[in-house]
Design a protein around this ligand. Sequence first.
Ligand code: DGL
Length: 271
Amino acid sequence: MKENISIGVFDSGFGGLEILREITKELPQYNYIYLGDTARVPYGNRFQEEVYNFTEQAVDFLFKRDCHLIIVACNTVSSEALRKIQQKYLPENYPEKRVLGVVIPVAEAAIETKNNRIGVIATQGTVNSSVFERELKKLNPKIKLFQRACPLLVAAIEDGKQDSKETRMLLENYLNPLLEKKVDVLILGCTHYGLLEKQIKEIVGDKVKIISEGKIVAEKLKDYLKRHPQIDNVLSKNSEIEFLTTDLTDKFKTLGTVFFGKPFDPKKIFL
Ligand code: DGL
């Protein structure tokens, strides 16, 4: 049987497909397994313990499917579960494997600010965790971070309403307080918000640099694999992608196509 050692990409639902799209553009040679927990999405307003338990299940699943490295595309998971997975769960259970998140690469990209005032929009869970504040301040203690939870945006996007008037009004409401704080960098701290980048740009104008996650995560992963040949060497390179979801619906295919940029064939699994 052909060896299939893959990179796992885990998200609470569809949004991570945008991150996968950018990763596969930058690194098309690897094998990937995408896992979207669509049966339990959204994670953004769940208790931290629940998000952690779901993450442990997904990590076990992907490692059993021969992933050697997992990219957590979900900001909520990166904020609320990743540290414990990296510091406790992996050393005890999978010491040779790795799980990486999106927050640190994004924080590293965001610190190039002129006035040290950065805004972040994200789910309630990510905002409550203060993870962006912690990571940004480690890189530059002078940074002032202004956070804004946007609890209605994920649902608007999942309902296909990204171009609607209602979503535009929601965005203006969420973004205006950050603009009043004179932020000059804005982090889109949620898998889904990349789909709203055009609308967000129109509202915040040219003077605010927008940090959207897909490309940044892809570039950082490329760099990571260069710096860790012991991981790179075990990964299969047959350019295969498998799409798995915990709830197979037409929506996963249609909306997933919007996020991934082209059609694909998902399979349902149980966690
Ligand atoms: N994937 C989540 C994130 O990036 C957004 C969707 C959810 O709330 O599960 O935070």
